[in-house]
Design a protein around this ligand. Structure first.
Ligand code: C5P
Length: 224
C-alpha cells in the first residue's frame, strides 16, 4: 500500500525542539518530510541546522513574495541549503514565477495560493473582490502556466485545483485532534487525502504536547 505523505511543520527556533520533533515522528507507517518556515529560516541556528540536515525530505517555506529580480535572486541564495521544496506566493505574478523557476534547478518550486488562515470575509477586508475558491482556481492556472512543481492550497480546494493543475498538491490547515487555532479553511487528514492531496502539512496538532501520542492518533485516524 502507498504510504500517506506528511510534512511536519517545524515551527520553532529551538534546535532541541526541532531535533525532538524529527526523532519522535520517525515511523514506518507514513512518508514524513520536514517543513521549515519563516521563524526557523530567519534564525541563525536554524539556517545552520538545516544546512547540515541530510537524508530527509526538506521544505523551506520561505513564501517568497517580491519583484521578479528579487524572487530569482532569493531562490539562488537559498540553494546552499539544498532543500527539496521551496515556496513562492503565486500573487508575486507570472513574471516573478518564471524568473524564480529558472533559478530553482532540482529544488521543487511550490506556488502558494490564498493562505489557509484567510476566509472570504478576510479577503474582502484586504480588498479582493473574488471569493476564495475562484481566486485559488485563478492562481492555480498561473502556477500551471509557470510550470511550477507543486501548489499549496487548503484541502477544501483540491478538487478545483486538480482541474487545472496536474502536479503535486500540498495542503496545510489540517486538524484531527485539536482546535483550529488561527486556521480558517481546515479539513481532517483523511478528508484531505480523499480529496486528492498528495501531501498534507501538519504543525501544532503534532508538535504541541506529546508528539508520539499525537502521531499515533494521526495514524489511527488514517487507518480507520
Ligand atoms: O500548526 P499548523 O498545522 O497550523 O501549521 C501549518 C503550517 O503550514 C504553518 O507552518 C504555516 O506557516 C503553513 N502554511 C499554512 N497555510 C498556507 C501555507 C503554509 O498554514 N497557505
Amino acid at each position: 500500500m502507498r504510504k500517506n505523505k506528511i510534512f511536519v511543520a517545524c515551527d520553532s527556533t529551538n534546535i532541541s525542539k526541532i531535533e525532538e520533533i524529527i526523532k519522535k515522528t520517525k515511523t514506518s507507517k507514513l512518508k514524513v518530510g520536514y517543513k521549515f518556515g519563516l521563524e526557523f529560516l530567519n534564525s541563525k541556528k536554524g539556517r545552520f541546522f538545516l544546512s547540515k540536515l541530510k537524508n530527509k525530505i526538506t521544505f523551506a517555506d520561505l513564501k517568497i513574495h517580491d519583484i521578479p529580480n528579487t524572487c530569482a535572486a532569493t531562490v539562488k541564495a537559498i540553494k546552499d541549503l539544498n532543500v527539496s521544496y521551496l515556496t513562492i506566493h503565486i500573487s508575486s505574478g507570472l513574471e516573478a514565477l518564471n524568473a524564480a523557476k529558472k533559478e530553482a534547478g532540482k529544488t521543487k518550486l511550490i506556488g502558494v495560493t490564498i493562505l489557509t488562515s484567510l476566509d472570504n470575509k478576510a479577503l474582502k477586508e484586504i480588498g479582493f473582490s473574488k471569493e476564495v475558491k475562484k481566486l485559488v482556481f485563478h492562481q492555480a492556472k498561473l502556477a500551471s502556466k509557470a510550470k511550477l512543481d507543486a501548489i499549496v492550497c487548503s484541502a477544501q480546494e483540491v478538487k478545483i485545483v486538480k482541474k487545472i493543475f496536474k502536479k503535486e498538491i500540498i495542503t496545510p490547515g489540517i486538524r484531527f485532534n485539536s482546535s483550529t487555532n488561527d486556521q480558517k479553511r481546515t479539513l481532517t487528514p483523511s478528508q484531505a487525502f480523499n480529496n486528492g492531496s498528495d501531501w498534507i502539512v501538519i504543525g501544532r496538532p503534532i508538535t504541541k504536547g506529546n508528539i508520539k501520542k499525537n502521531l499515533n492518533t494521526l495514524i489511527d485516524h488514517l487507518e480507520k
